[in-house]
Design a protein around this ligand. Sequence first.
Ligand code: SAM
Length: 223
Amino acid sequence: MIHDARYKFRDASCILYLQLFSRENLCNLVVNKGTMGLLENEVELVEKLCERIKNGKEKVKIRVLDIGCGTGKLSIYLSEKTGCNVTGIDPGRESIEKAQKNSPSGKIEFEVQFAEEMTFANSTFDFVVSLKALHEMADPREALGESNRVLKARGRILVIDWVGGVAQTRSHAHAPKYFTRERLEEVLSETGFADIRIELNKGGELMLVEGEKKNLVHSVYAQ
Ligand SMILES: C[S@@+](CC[C@H](N)C(=O)[O-])C[C@H]1O[C@@H](n2cnc3c(N)ncnc32)[C@H](O)[C@@H]1O
């Protein structure tokens, strides 16, 4: 009896061990060391995003807004890496509370807000960023328009999201429902951004999309 139970325990712990130390999880553990919970497929483009934002030696701190921040993964990483002044917004109250707990220093402001209707004044931020959130927004076009409004003149948007179209990897199975590169470029242009650049990660399933706020005198998004 005891023998049986011991074997059952050993089998269960073996399965758990194998699950924990599968090749995929080991890769994630290695990648997560020093990257504060970023997933393996996010690190490459998030690093590029940070490089574009480095605060440098400016006396006035760069202000960055993270839309759809969830529990604060990107906001916290950005704040640590760049020293910028970061604000994160998300409509999920529980996520925002977790984000606040995840960043107890209070350096980052987290607020419950929808990206489509933000309370910030025009021209507040130098950068708007987002990680895997645009596709979840009910009205992404409105969210991009609002992002344009809260950006300062020549402010930049940097969005990382899944690439729409044909699935590239197993985790990319929902590809048809995401923005294609071409469509996202079009919507960014319609919502007041110019100089739009798109870069893919090595796996080809994520894109980093970048644009600069253009001066639109007659647009609904102009200030
Ligand atoms: C897949 S999660 C990504 C969260 C976070 N950026 C990360 O990478 O961990 C998508 C997030 O988008 C948020 N979201 C959904 N609709 C939104 C909206 N209208 N405005 C802002 N965020 C929204 C969700 O609440 C969720 O936290």
